[in-house]
Write a protein that binds this ligand. Structure first.
Ligand SMILES: CC(C)(COP(=O)(O)OP(=O)(O)OC[C@H]1O[C@@H](n2cnc3c(N)ncnc32)[C@H](O)[C@@H]1OP(=O)(O)O)[C@@H](O)C(=O)NCCC(=O)NCCS
Length: 185
């Protein structure tokens, strides 16, 4: 019976979940699997073609390799399985163009939790970790218009809508910002 964890040990294990660590290229297959699990239910109801485009153009190994080279990635593991991903980088480092923006922004490009693990505090935990990594006083992010669950999640955590970027072909991007203020370094 020596290997059976005690109630205290089990409680300690649960309290320490999820485990958060930096993402690496070794995680790319797990990122793709996460995308296949979370992108269709998130964006399919908004625009099915857009959900497919996301998977085909952005959740692919080549794009993850580029983004791992320039952005900070955090992963959350639950029972040694990657169940969530966050990605923080600078707008000026992105391969996309943002003609409406002057200056630079620190942007959380991704925050995705596997649907089986929603509501367990993983998204909040990763967001808090990302906020602690921001060098300036503001954290920005984009939400797809119609992703109301995520929009409400961010509003509840201090983000405010700043602007909408309209695209005739695809759903609009809603830009949100949170002022973090000065913190001890
Ligand atoms: C939005 C998201 C990142 C939140 O992460 P999470 O780990 O589920 O959130 P937490 O457990 O830390 O907090 C729960 C909060 O999320 C909200 N939530 C959103 N979707 C939820 C779901 N399916 N189940 C439970 N809670 C959900 C709850 O209302 C709760 O908000 P509140 O505390 O303000 O009431 C996650 O639901 C997700 O990955 N959604 C799909 C992908 C997505 O839209 N990502 C954002 C792209 S911009």
């Amino acid at each position: 019976m020596a290997d059976v964890p005690s109630v205290v040990e089990v409680r300690a294990q649960r309290a320490s979940k999820p485990r958060v660590r930096q993402g690496t290229v070794a995680d790319i297959p797990a990122f793709r699997a996460l995308g296949e699990a979370v992108v269709p239910p998130t964006y399919g109801p908004i625009d099915e073609a857009y959900a497919q485009r996301m998977l085909d153009e952005w959740w692919i190994p080549e794009v993850f390799e580029k983004s791992l080279a320039r952005n900070a990635h955090l992963v959350a593991e639950w029972d040694d399985e990657v169940v969530a991903l966050a990605d923080l980088g600078r707008l000026s480092q992105s391969y996309r163009q943002f003609p409406h923006v002057t200056g630079d922004r620190e942007v959380m490009w991704k925050l995705y939790v596997h649907p089986d693990h929603h509501g367990r505090g993983i998204g909040s935990r990763l967001l808090a970790e990302v906020e602690s990594m921001v060098e300036g006083e503001e954290l920005w992010l984009e939400v797809v218009d119609g992703n109301d669950q995520a929009y409400d999640f961010y509003v509840a955590r201090g983000f405010r809508e700043v602007e909408r970027v309209t695209d005739r072909q695809w759903p609009d991007d809603v830009w949100m910002r949170k002022t973090l203020g000065t913190r001890p370094r």
